[in-house]
Design a protein. Sequence first.
Length: 115
Amino acid sequence: VQLMESGGGLVQSGGSLRLSCAASGFTFSNYRISWYRQAPGKERELVARITSSGDSFYYADSVKGRFTISRDNAKNTVYLRMDDLKPEDTAVYSCNTALNSQNYWGRGTQVTVSS
């Protein structure tokens, strides 16, 4: 199982980024995928989650209305569109899935929002 994030970077407050999580090594379309983030000195936080079929979602209150999670099962990829970014969104963003009670994580991608 491999998860690889991309799309992070430095953006000004109010800007947008789209993160991608490319998956391999398992039947992607059968599993839900989550995005987490961790800022320095803070606990890891669940940001968004999408079901295997892509028809049900969860968003943390802090990102509702600004972030959109989606998936393309033909490309084995999940996306996180982030709009109206704020300095408090600065963190390492990682994607996650669970197979057979084991969690798998990507290495993460850094998002930095300047004020």
